[in-house]
Write a protein that binds this ligand. Structure first.
Ligand SMILES: [Zn+2]
Length: 186
């Protein structure tokens, strides 16, 4: 297959990695048909052979946009950690794998925001205690709520952002989280 570049996360997609994190997706990539980026999950519209990866000049971003990006980065780290911990605690093997792959995707989203906002590192957050959830169903319900919150966050704040590239990225990631809502509802 020809190598593709993800304009959102910057990763290169080729025959060695196109099937990574496949449990985080409803439809699967095939070597002859790539539907999404296996690293950040955005759909094929954002995967190109020659175009440049989205980037912004941090100095052109106003303080509100930076604050929104900082919060988005934290939200994604928070969700990435949730999935990483939850994948250890759920019992069903499929849910385990799904959560593990979802954690990878959410961490990649955090890295995308980190780069756009020119932040030095990913935040270290206080880990909540996830053992309060007992059954797999409770974990799935918690996951679904987080994804709905993420979609709502992206949709609400994309209206307050001063930069077209950041708006495009928010739209792309919001669509990824919408699929996660569907995934975790089942
Ligand atoms: Zn990507």
């Amino acid at each position: 297959m020809k190598e593709l570049k993800c304009l959102v996360c910057g990763m290169k997609i080729n025959e060695n990695n196109y099937s990574f994190n496949s449990y985080a997706f409803i439809n699967k990539n095939r070597e002859d048909y790539i539907l999404y980026c296996p690293f950040c999950g955005v759909n094929e519209v954002y995967l190109k052979e020659y175009e440049d990866v989205y980037s912004v000049d941090v100095n052109t971003l106003d303080s509100k946009t930076l604050k929104i990006l900082d919060h988005a980065m934290k939200l994604e780290v928070f969700n990435g950690e949730f999935y990483a911990e939850a994948s250890k605690l759920v019992k069903d093997e499929n849910v385990k794998r799904e959560f593990y792959d979802l954690s990878k995707i959410e961490y990649m989203h955090a890295k995308v925001h980190k780069k756009l906002g020119g932040f030095k590192e990913l935040p270290i957050l206080n880990k909540p205690d996830y053992t309060k959830y007992i059954s797999d169903e409770e974990f799935l319900e918690a996951a679904s709520k987080r994804e709905e919150h993420a979609v709502a966050y992206y949709e609400k704040y994309s209206k307050e952002i001063c930069d077209d590239v950041v708006i495009k990225v928010f739209k792309a990631l919001s669509d990824v989280e919408k699929e996660h809502v569907t995934l975790t509802e089942n």
